[in-house]
Design a binder for this molecule. Structure first.
Ligand code: FES
Length: 174
């Protein structure tokens, strides 16, 4: 067979999909589930534009073959907040103008949330529901700018908006 049917739990909704064995999680999200917040930058694990949380941990979805993730729980940027109610980190990006073209922004925000979960708990696997992801204020206040930059180094911004990105992340850790 060149395709398989599997179930992905995306933002707390179960989706049963038939996937080509060569399809990545990123392609399934974008093309089959029409969740286009996760972006394809490099498609080679280099840029972070495709970052999702896989069982609460940051992952480059362009590197994951979907067929290997039957039953997995994923959080995408669509699961963090919506126009009615933004995640605190989405608000902070908005207020700090933490982008120029915006293409890397969903990945930056998902990665930022995953990073803050890691920093807060040392183990982010609780962070698979939108409610759990709203925690993100307070705990990791000890992160300094250099630590934030280091922990966010998997997310490239070609516009160079890094200073504002770091400020936005700092805002939710205060
Ligand atoms: Fe996945 Fe660049 S598109 S890391």
């Amino acid at each position: 067979a060149t395709s398989s049917t599997l179930t992905l739990h995306v933002n707390d909704t179960a989706h049963t999909v038939t996937v080509d064995h060569r399809a990545t999680v990123l392609d399934v999200l974008r093309e089959q589930l029409h969740l286009t917040g996760s972006k394809k930058g490099c498609d080679h694990g280099q840029c972070g534009a495709c970052t999702v949380l896989l069982e609460g941990r940051r992952a480059n979805s362009c590197l994951l073959l979907a067929v290997a993730y039957d039953g997995a729980h994923l959080t995408t940027v669509e699961g963090l907040g919506d126009e009615e109610r933004l995640h605190p980190l989405q608000e902070a990006f908005h207020e700090r103008d933490a982008f120029q073209c915006g293409y890397c922004t969903p990945g930056q925000i998902v990665s930022g949330v995953g990073m803050l979960c890691e920093a807060a708990e040392g183990h982010p696997s609780h962070a698979t529901s939108p409610e759990a992801l709203q925690w993100a204020t307070g705990a990791p206040a000890e992160l300094n700018r250099d630590e934030i930059r280091e922990r966010m180094s998997g997310n490239i911004c070609r516009c160079g908006a890094y200073p504002h990105i770091v400020e936005a992340i700092e805002d939710v850790t205060d």
